[in-house]
Ligand binder design. Structure first.
Ligand SMILES: [Zn+2]
Length: 346
C-alpha cells in the first residue's frame, strides 16, 4: 500500500510517501480501506513535537479520523463484514479498567491514539481492533464520518456530558469556523439552544450566520465580551465552548451569565491565561475541562448525522495522499472554512 510515514519530527518535509506491505488482519482485527481521513491540528502538533506533549511512537503513519470500507477481517470477527462502510475510532485503551468500563477511555492509564502511538489513516489501508471499527448507520457517507468523527464527538461530550446544555439556553462558541467550533454550533442548534459565535474575519462571520448562528462576533475587536453579554439579553451566555485558550478564554469567561458554565477542550493559541478568581466565585461560574468522548456518544453522533437531525461539517478541501503536506499547510494557514480531507482511495 501507499502510506505517508513520519520517521522524525520537524517541518512538512518529514511526511514521506512510501510503499509499505499491506497490513494483515490477525485474530480480532480488521483492515479498512481508507476512503477519507480528516487532517487535524493535532497531526501538525505531533509532527512538530509541540511541548513534547504527544509522545508519538516513531516511525508512525499519522491521521486519526478515518472513514472507509472493511477490506478484510481476522479470525473471530463477526460484527463487521467485508465491504461495509465504517468509521475507525482512534482511541486505544485497555477496555478493562474502571475508567474504560465507565466509558471514559481517555482517562485510562493505557490510553493511546491512532496516528500518534499507532499507525493511522494517511494510508490506503489501516489496521484496527474490531472494537474500534464502527459500522456507519444507513446512508451516512464515510467522507462525512471522517470529517465529523473526532470533532463532533468532542463537541457532543463538551456540550451535553460536561456542560449539561439545556434547551433554550444561549451558547457562545469561540472560533466558530474551526472543526470543533462548527460541530459545537451544529449540535447546540440541534438541542434547541441559541448560538452566538466568534470568528476573526468578515468572510468567516458571513459563513457562521449562514450556518444558523444568531450573531457572529469579531473577537479581535476590543470589548467583544460586552457585546456578547448585550446580545444575550444583557445577562450573558449560559454556556461558553472554547478551545482557543489564551486569546479567547478570558473574554469568553467574562461573557458568561451568573452561574454560567465554560467548557474547554484545547488551548490552541496558548495554554496560559489570566483570570479574575473573584469573578469566578462571586458570579458562581463553573470552569469545566473536557477531553474526547465515549464510544456510546460516538454511536449517538453518527445516528444523529445519519438521520439528518444535525448538520454535517462543511468540507473545504479533499486532496490526494501525496499532498499530505499541502493539506496540513492549508489547515495551519486558517485560510479555509471547514474540514480538510485526504482521500487515499480516490
Ligand atoms: Zn482502561
Amino acid at each position: 500500500m501507499r502510506a505517508v510515514v513520519m520517521s522524525g519530527y520537524g517541518g512538512p518535509e518529514v511526511l514521506e510517501l512510501v510503499e509499505r506491505p499491506d497490513p494483515q488482519a490477525g485474530p480480532g482485527e480488521v483492515v479498512v480501506r481508507v476512503g477519507a481521513v480528516a487532517v487535524n491540528r493535532l497531526d501538525i502538533w505531533v509532527r512538530e513535537d509541540v511541548g513534547h506533549a504527544y509522545a508519538a511512537r516513531l516511525p508512525v503513519i499519522p491521521g486519526y479520523d478515518v472513514g472507509g470500507a472493511v477490506a478484510a477481517v481476522g479470525e473471530g470477527v463477526s460484527d463487521v463484514a467485508v465491504g461495509e462502510a465504517v468509521y475507525v475510532h482512534y482511541d486505544y485503551s485497555c477496555g478493562r479498567c474502571a475508567y474504560c468500563l465507565e466509558g471514559d477511555e481517555a482517562a485510562c492509564a493505557g490510553y493511546e491514539v491512532m496516528g500518534v502511538q499507532r499507525d493511522g489513516g494517511y494510508a490506503e489501508l489501516v489496521l484496527a481492533p474490531a472494537r474500534n471499527v464502527f459500522p456507519l448507520p444507513g446512508g451516512l457517507d464515510a467522507r462525512v464520518a471522517a470529517a465529523a468523527g473526532s470533532v463532533y464527538l468532542t463537541a457532543y461530550h463538551m456540550l451535553f456530558a460536561r456542560a449539561g446544555l439545556r434547551p433554550g439556553e444561549t451558547v457562545l462558541v469561540t472560533a466558530g469556523g474551526s472543526g470543533v467550533g462548527g460541530a459545537a454550533i451544529a449540535l447546540a442548534r440541534m438541542a434547541g439552544a441559541r448560538v452566538i459565535a466568534t470568528a476573526s474575519t468578515a468572510a468567516k462571520r458571513e459563513r457562521l450566520l449562514a450556518a444558523g448562528v444568531e450573531h457572529a462576533i469579531d473577537y479581535t475587536a476590543a470589548g467583544w465580551p460586552d457585546e456578547v453579554r448585550a446580545l444575550a439579553g444583557g445577562r450573558g451566555v449560559d454556556v461558553a465552548v472554547d478551545h482557543v485558550g489564551r486569546a479567547a478564554f478570558p473574554g469568553a469567561l467574562a461573557a458568561l451569565a451568573n452561574r454560567g458554565r465554560i467548557v474547554l477542550c484545547g488551548a490552541s493559541s496558548g495554554s496560559e491565561a489570566t483570570i479574575d478568581l473573584v469573578d469566578v466565585f462571586a458570579r458562581q461560574v463553573s470552569i469545566i475541562g473536557s477531553s474526547d468522548g465515549s464510544r456510546r456518544e460516538l454511536h449517538e453522533v453518527f445516528r444523529l448525522l445519519a438521520e439528518g437531525r444535525v448538520a454535517p461539517p462543511p468540507i473545504s478541501a479533499e486532496l490526494p495522499l501525496e499532498r499530505a503536506a499541502d493539506a496540513q499547510a492549508l489547515l495551519a494557514s486558517r485560510d479555509h472554512y471547514g474540514r480538510v480531507l485526504l482521500t487515499p482511495g480516490v
